[in-house]
Design a protein around this ligand. Structure first.
Ligand SMILES: Nc1ncnc2c1ncn2[C@@H]1O[C@H](COP(=O)(O)OP(=O)(O)OP(=O)(O)O)[C@@H](O)[C@H]1O
Ligand SMILES: Cc1cn([C@H]2C[C@H](O)[C@@H](COP(=O)(O)OP(=O)(O)O)O2)c(=O)[nH]c1=O
Length: 182
């Protein structure tokens, strides 16, 4: 198979500047003759396929086991962008009056729903492949660390369940040129 050297995502022909970036790397600022104003073009909004979103719920067992950072790190390293997250306190109405602390998150990026399911692994921890979140971090289906939406439609519903629209932060990450750019 021929090696692709250009990004399949973004046919951007000229460098552009991420809005709000106070110090763009020199490589993305067009060079200009002395005395002329810099002609920096703001980046156009990302196309919809790069803005797919999914709901990941870090379950209470993972919060108690201090696995939140591990889960977040995996999504960050994969290249996805965090657009919402909160720590919740959910009372459980049993005689022991326990509290649960789930952390819903919204992650954004290309094919994020399918990629996330692959990263999470099989529902049954014993079947989950090594390298997946459940395959690495969980032993039993009843304490399987995370939940993740299983389709784009489900994601939209589940995001709406856990978050108000104004809790989703639309931000341009400084690395988007490197992740999706030409
Ligand atoms: N036999 C079981 N014993 C204990 N908990 C279970 C069992 N089956 C499912 N669960 C719990 O319910 C959750 C949802 O189960 P369900 O069968 O709907 O899986 P799913 O939503 O398709 O998969 P996933 O949890 O991987 O998103 C599981 O993640 C697990 O935490
Ligand atoms: C509380 C908790 C639940 N779970 C899973 C197992 C449960 O089947 C599912 C829903 O939890 P829960 O709401 O406690 O209901 P159930 O009575 O079915 O246990 O989420 C975890 O994986 N980790 C947890 O910390």
């Amino acid at each position: 198979m021929p090696l692709r050297t250009r990004s399949p995502f973004f046919p951007l022909s000229s460098p552009c500047l991420v809005l709000g970036d106070p110090s763009p790397p020199p490589s993305i600022v067009p060079s200009r003759p002395a005395g002329r104003a810099a002609a920096v073009t703001p980046c156009p909004p990302a196309p919809p396929e790069l803005r797919e979103q999914t709901l990941v719920l870090v379950k209470p067992d993972a919060v108690q086991r201090r696995l939140v950072g591990d889960v977040i790190g995996r999504f960050e390293r994969r290249g996805f962008k965090l657009v919402a997250m909160k720590l919740l306190q959910v009372p459980v109405l049993t005689y022991s009056r326990t509290q649960l602390f789930p952390i819903p998150q919204v992650w954004e990026g290309y094919n994020v729903v399918r990629s996330t399911r692959a990263m999470v692994g099989d529902t049954d921890s014993a079947q989950a492949a090594a390298g997946t979140i459940r395959g690495d971090l969980s032993m039993h289906v009843s304490r399987n660390v995370v939940h993740a939406s299983d389709s784009v439609e489900t994601a939209s519903r589940e995001i709406g369940f856990w978050f108000q629209q104004n809790e989703l932060v639309a931000w341009e990450s400084g690395d988007s040129q490197y992740t999706y750019g030409p």
